[in-house]
Design a protein around this ligand. Sequence first.
Ligand code: GZL
Ligand code: ZN
Length: 335
Amino acid sequence: MKHTKFPLIRLWAVVLLGILPVTACRKAPEGEEAEPSKSNGIILGFSQIGAESAWRKCNSRSIQDAAAAAGIQLLFSNAEQKQENQIKAIRSFIAYQVDVIAFVPIVSDGWDNVLQEAKDARIPVLVTDRKINIQDESLYAGFIGTDSNQEGRDAARFLLEKFKDRMASGNRPIRIVELSGTVGSSPAARRAQGFREIIDQYPQFQIIYSASGDFLRSKGYELMQSILKSHSDIDVIFSHNDGMTLGILDAMKERNIKAGTDIVIVTIDAEQAAIDALRRGEVNCVIECNPKTGPDIMNLARQLARGEPISRLIHVEEAVFSEGDDLSSLEPRGY
Ligand code: GZL
Ligand code: ZN
């Protein structure tokens, strides 16, 4: 492991940039033998985007718990939804000379310079959860997370099944409202892309309105309030995450619209509240997006710390829960 000759640099990085070392194991002072730990004192710098949804909070818990279990010292930074805070945090990890950097890119663009700096410092970078657009793919070691395109396709496939009779018996348009996630983020772009890849093959499906609710319950509620004022012809709502869907349900309840019956709702994440709404018939399809990637991230960090290559792209397994499924044996979601 790199042992900096200037421990003060580390102190600076930790104190000034508010990076919280989350797990106990510290690096021994120069000359003393580091206490033996299962992972030989690997230091992982993790830049998380914030706490915008139940999904995100579960993702953070998974990472923090897995680091503690693996004996990996975690420097965990919460960017409070700002890319510039992520870039600052990554720079502090470089100054601290961590062994590995991992992060969730809140948006896909704007990472080339800071990842070049990590490469120059010979610190491997693991991209998690959201994908990046970058000129030089060698600036990061690999990606682990969910397949947002697949999630979008799964949402569309559910609608083909749900409306097959209406499609067979005529061509009355099936009007879709889409509430998308954070503008510029890969899940928002790719869920929309995957959805349209299927839906655009069937002209009867028409996306009459699409806007970003930024993955936030409050914005889902506000958007739905205004949409319901100007549209009484909505057949489907495709919501990019359960947080926004809960806001949508609130707005529909206020106007006595029967969610799941008057309007079909498809939502992504599969947090407990969405599964409960599915059981109540208030939503019709819940697509899983798995936040519990902490253990896999720690295994990959350990490989990178040892200088071993990792696979460039790891998509985690995900399920689709639809109305009519037997959900009786479904474990509590934990988020
Ligand atoms: C998806 C993840 C998204 C979730 C939202 O991979 O980045 O961010 O769908 C979360 O709930 O806010
Ligand atoms: Zn309309």
